[in-house]
Design a protein around this ligand. Sequence first.
Ligand code: PEP
Ligand code: MN
Length: 363
Amino acid sequence: MIIVIGSATPASEVERIIGELSQYSVTIEKSVGKYKTVIGLVGGTSSINPDNIQQISPSIEQVIRVKHPFKRASIDFRHGEPSSVDVSTPLGVVSFGQNHPLVVVAGPCSVENEEMIIETAQVVKASGAQFLRGGAFKPRTSPYAFQGHGESALGLLAKAKEVTGLGIITELMDTSDIDAVAAVADIIQIGARNMQNFSLLKKAGATGKPILLKRGLSATIEEWLMAAEYIMAADNPNVILCERGIRSFDRQYTRNTLDLSVVPVLRTLTHLPIMIDPSHATGYSQYVATMAKASVAVGTDSLMIEVHPNPSVALCDGPQSLTPNDYIELMHEIKSVAQFFGRGQSFTNYIPRVTTLKNRVFA
Ligand code: PEP
Ligand code: MN
């Protein structure tokens, strides 16, 4: 249940209203927006009569029942105001959300060695990324495939952060790694295969770190938002939703189907920021640029792009990884598209034309 209070209401009156609400056995959450203050009641609200709430104060403008099963993630919970996930990085605070410039996250599927992660970090930083991605723990379909270098890879991500100042996004697969991952990651990624691993969601949420929640391979939008709700119910409002393609019937020519319609759909349902990952969605580097530009055109708040110094020898997801030079070319185009839509301020004036990194073999 949402209680909307006019912005001119004195803080003491808002506190009095909250005091009155404490008679109900529900969790009370206050969110002060630009235009309204919204108090959310979460829990057993079905027995609460909205008329009784309305009578608490003339400053209460509206009492609304949230019709969706997701509550904190619901657009109503912030009375239509988009939320912003603000992440501290050594280069400053980077904000994800509809009222902010496009954020770019780039890097290899997995951290393979020091040289490749540092050089990739330098290339992606020079061309406009604010975050470096890279897996230390990899969710592979085959138990015999490369599983990631684990904790040593986390150490290399920390080094890349120290050298470049980029924020770090890396995946958490197992709660036993939570402290090690949280120590390095500025944003913890929950991968598609773990989207409904509810105990992982609760524990990741409880770290207080911003969470990047990838959409499950066959997850409906509602299931995805309910997964976000698990994190938010752990008292962590900082969730970014990442569309990374869903399973459909044709896997011959694309790895997954990029569901770009989620952007306008999610805007009607949730206030949370959105990221699009065209790399895992298409599965082929030749399609990544087109879908990345399309993602910016439909209004994504951020992009995730896989980049590898030499994709042909990548230990993981080489076919979908861009070379540094292809990535740089794409960033020139993304900058223009983002500027067209008024969201290009995150790009530096100068993006190099080509990298000096000559696609060396790092394996
Ligand atoms: C990844 O980001 O490397 C990854 C494994 O993504 P997803 O969970 O979307 O497959
Ligand atoms: Mn990958």
